[in-house]
Structure formats: structure tokens, C-alpha cells
Design a protein around this ligand. Structure first.
Ligand SMILES: Cc1cc2nc3c(=O)[nH]c(=O)nc-3n(C[C@H](O)[C@H](O)[C@H](O)COP(=O)(O)OP(=O)(O)OC[C@H]3O[C@@H](n4cnc5c(N)ncnc54)[C@H](O)[C@@H]3O)c2cc1C
Length: 414
């Protein structure tokens, strides 16, 4: 009897684990083997401490996690629903030019949930531990890849080696697998670093995601379940380094001013972590016997909190394409199969990446264009159909469309 196709997934970040969970619970669970390779130890959820890495998950991401059976567990542990979002540019968060999104305006209970990285990964890994067709190999970073007739051979950093039918690169923005496969990218380093921490405040966050566009980059305050707020503050790297090295009191004083004191006084913060920011888009997502998913395919500015949400849409799409191929008796590693995934996701991801890149540039333009931006924000706020559309996009209830930009020009030159 022929052995079933093996889907090898490099990277047990949320996206890699989500692909594995979809294949473990999907239509071909008894007809596919899944092997997840992860270079580093898997993090464990710690109920006593909130992970510095949190994600604003869209409704589409929530539905995927519901489908693979982990959402109830996540919500029972810790997930913070946010019901409103306020976006502003000047000093006053409540100026007429500020944008206000309310879940009630589109008949939804919330605009999404803030969930910790280590909770997502723990929940997915526990789900996979009871899946008959999935194995997770930790400490097994991918070191070399060879595409050979009928299979892909993968050498591991720990000296082992395995064979698979398809290799999915879910190993993040600096994807070693993408480089080993020689898949080209268009890349822009922003010269910005995101400073991430959780802060305690005297005023309630009001279940609101607050976002201010500052000349150096956007500042986001995301509501946490325990009343604190998670800060993602993108700044020119020199300013970020100064704030990472400052005392807590100095940092909190600057943050209070930058956030227009919407949370009242800021009284404490957790350890600050810096993430250098770049935009990256792979010019091809598919190669013979291999495909890129999540940040390995596209890394976007965190200003709209969508990188993970886009990665989970990739996960959903690639799992469905692989299952369709198996059910149709096709070889799931065939380039023409993997291109179906590329065709469905690349345009949508490109449109989002282009929009976030343009927003970041727009708000970093000099103060002379501020009145024009204010006009634009006010126009969006009063144009209810446009606002509703934006909210549905952010929730993942609508998908993106193709766009033309330097990213797509690079694309056509590839
Ligand atoms: C400051 C900041 C805030 C953000 N906030 C949000 C948000 O609110 N909402 C949102 O949707 N997105 C957000 N994002 C984006 C989000 O973090 C990423 O899109 C997401 O983490 C990508 O997940 P991934 O699984 O593709 O990659 P990663 O999370 O990078 O995981 C990759 C995994 O691969 C492993 N690995 C690496 N190399 C190898 C190898 N050679 N072999 C095997 N394994 C390997 C790594 O150890 C890791 O476990 C934010 C990003 C930043 C920087």
C-alpha cells in the first residue's frame, strides 16, 4: 500500500500550527500525514503573566480557530474583546477629525479580540497532540532543502533528515526556507522599530483600541482583559532605542503625552521589547513541492494589526487547496496545485500590504499636509457606507482586491 502524502510545515508559529490543525481536523485527516518542524522550544501559556506579544484577531481568524476546536479554550483562558476603535492624528483624541468605529454600527458584538501569542500556540499545540496524523518535531530547524523527483528532502539543523510530499514555509519574516528555495522578495526596511509593552492606567480603556498617527509612526493601545493596555508604538529606530533604554517613569511620561492621555495617568509598564519593522512581499508564493505562508510570504507594518490575520487566511486557503488536490487524486506537491493557493492569496495580501504601507507614508508626511489628512479622516467618519466597508475589511468579513504599486511592479518584473 502507498504511504499517504506528507505535508511538512517549517515553523510552529501560529500560522504553521494553524495549517497543521486545519489538516488534522479537515476533510483528509485520514489521508494525509503532517509533520511540523520547529527550531525553538514551544512557548507555554502562563496564566499569571500576559505575553508581551498579543494580536488583534479578526472575526475571520476567530472563525478559523472555532473550526479547529480551540476558540472556546482560548476564550476561557484569556481573550479581550474590543468593541470600539478610535483613530486620531492631532493632540485631541476627540476632535471632530477623529475616526470612531463601533461594532454596533455593523451589527456585531465586537470588532475582534486581543489574544496572546503563547496562548494561541499552546491551544493549537494541545489540539495537535491528540491528532492521529500530526507530529511536531521541536529543535528541528530546517537547514537545507532539495527538491527531488516525487518528493522534497529536508535536512535538519539537529543532523536528522526527512522526506515530504510538500514543504510549507511558515518560518516567519526572515524565512530560512524561502531563502533556501531561492524565492525572491520585494522588501522595504522602514527605519522604524515598534516598542511593545503593557501599561497600567488610572482611566479605563473602555474596551476600545486607540490609535494615534504621530509624525514618527503610529501608536496603538489595545485593551487587555485585566484592565491594562498593550502598547505598540512605532517610532524612528533611534527614538525607539532611546525609549527602550529610558527609565519606566520617563517612558510612561512620554507615552502619556503621545497618547493624548486617553488612558489618564500611566502608572506602570512591563518589560519593553523592540521589533524592527519592514515590509516584505515574496514575488512568488509557490515553487515545485513548496509554498510560503504567513510572514514568510508577506510581512506588513503592524499599524493595522493585520499580519497574523492575513497569515491565518493563507493557512485556511493552502489547507483547502491541498485537501482538494488529495480528494481529486492529484499530487499535492505539483506546482500547478500550489499555484492555485498563490493565485487566491497573493493579490489579496498585496492589496493589504500596499494599503498599510501607503497609510504609514501618508501619516509621516510633513505637518503642512495635516489639514488634508484631517479632511480625509472626517470624510471617512461621516461617509457611513465607506466606514462600514472599512470595518468589514478589518474584521476579515470581506477580502482585498488587486492593486497597482511598487510592490506589484516588482512582481511583474519577476
Ligand atoms: C509589534 C508587532 C505587533 C503586531 N500586532 C499584530 C496584531 O495585532 N494582529 C495581527 O494580526 N498581527 C500582528 N502582528 C504581525 C504578526 O506578529 C505576524 O504576522 C505573525 O506573528 C506571523 O506569524 P507566522 O507564524 O507566520 O511567523 P512567526 O510568528 O514569526 O513564527 C515563525 C516560526 O518559525 C520558526 N522558525 C524560524 N526559522 C525556522 C527554521 N529554519 N526551521 C524551523 N522553524 C523555524 C520560529 O521559531 C517561529 O516559531 C504584529 C507584528 C509586530 C512586529
Amino acid at each position: 500500500m502507498r504511504s499517504p502524502p506528507t505535508i511538512v510545515i517549517a515553523g510552529a508559529g501560529v500560522v504553521g500550527l494553524a495549517v497543521a490543525a486545519l489538516l488534522a481536523t479537515g476533510r483528509c485527516a485520514d489521508r494525509l500525514r503532517v509533520l511540523v518542524l520547529e527550531a525553538r522550544p514551544l512557548p507555554r501559556f502562563n496564566p499569571a503573566e500576559v505575553d508581551p506579544r498579543v494580536y488583534a484577531l479578526s472575526r475571520a481568524s476567530q472563525r478559523l480557530l472555532e473550526r479547529v476546536g480551540v476558540w472556546p479554550h482560548i476564550v476561557s483562558q484569556r481573550a479581550s474583546a474590543y468593541r470600539r476603535m478610535r483613530v486620531w492624528e492631532g493632540e485631541d483624541a476627540f476632535a471632530p477629525s477623529a475616526l470612531d468605529f463601533d461594532a454596533a454600527d455593523i451589527g456585531e458584538a465586537d470588532l475582534g479580540h486581543i489574544v496572546e501569542d503563547n496562548l494561541l500556540r499552546t491551544a493549537l499545540a494541545e489540539r495537535l497532540a491528540v491528532a492521529a496524523n500530526v507530529e511536531i518535531n521541536v529543535g528541528a530547524g530546517v537547514a537545507a532543502v532539495r527538491v527531488e523527483p516525487g518528493h522534497v528532502a529536508v535536512d535538519l539543523g539537529n543532523g536528522g533528515s526527512i522526506r515530504g510530499t510538500v514543504l510549507l514555509a511558515a518560518d516567519g519574516g526572515d524565512s530560512a526556507v524561502r531563502k533556501l528555495l531561492d524565492l525572491p522578495v520585494a522588501e522595504h526596511v522602514y527605519g522604524q522599530t515598534a516598542v511593545v509593552t503593557h501599561v497600567t492606567s488610572t482611566a479605563s480603556h473602555r474596551e476600545t483600541a486607540w490609535q494615534r498617527f504621530l509624525p514618527g509612526g503610529p501608536l496603538a493601545l489595545l485593551p487587555l482583559d485585566d484592565g491594562r493596555s498593550s502598547v505598540v508604538w512605532s517610532l524612528p529606530t533611534a527614538d525607539a532605542e532611546r525609549l527602550l533604554a529610558a527609565s519606566d517613569a520617563e517612558f510612561l511620561a512620554e507615552l502619556a503625552v503621545a497618547s493624548s492621555s486617553v488612558l489618564g495617568d500611566l502608572t506602570a509598564c512591563t518589560r519593553r521589547v523592540g521589533f524592527p519593522l519592514k515590509a516584505l512581499h515574496a514575488l512568488r508564493y509557490a515553487a515545485p513541492r513548496a509554498a510560503l505562508v504567513g510572514d514568510a510570504a508577506h510581512t506588513v507594518h503592524p499599524l493595522a494589526g493585520q499580519g497574523m490575520n492575513l497569515g491565518l487566511l493563507d493557512a485556511d486557503c493552502v489547507a483547502a487547496v491541498l485537501e482538494d488536490a488529495v480528494l481529486a487524486g492529484e499530487d499535492p506537491g505539483d506546482l500547478k496545485v500550489l499555484r492555485r493557493y498563490e493565485r487566491q492569496r497573493k493579490g489579496a495580501n498585496l492589496a493589504m500590504l500596499t494599503a498599510f504601507d501607503a497609510l504609514n507614508r501618508l501619516f509621516r508626511l510633513p505637518a503642512t499636509v495635516a489639514p488634508l489628512r484631517a479632511l480625509g479622516l472626517r470624510a471617512v467618519d461621516s461617509a457611513h457606507p465607506v466606514k462600514r466597508l472599512l470595518m468589514q475589511h478589518a474584521l476579515g468579513l470581506r477580502s482585498g482586491t488587486e492593486s497597482r504599486s511598487r510592490w506589484s511592479r516588482a512582481d511583474s518584473q519577476a
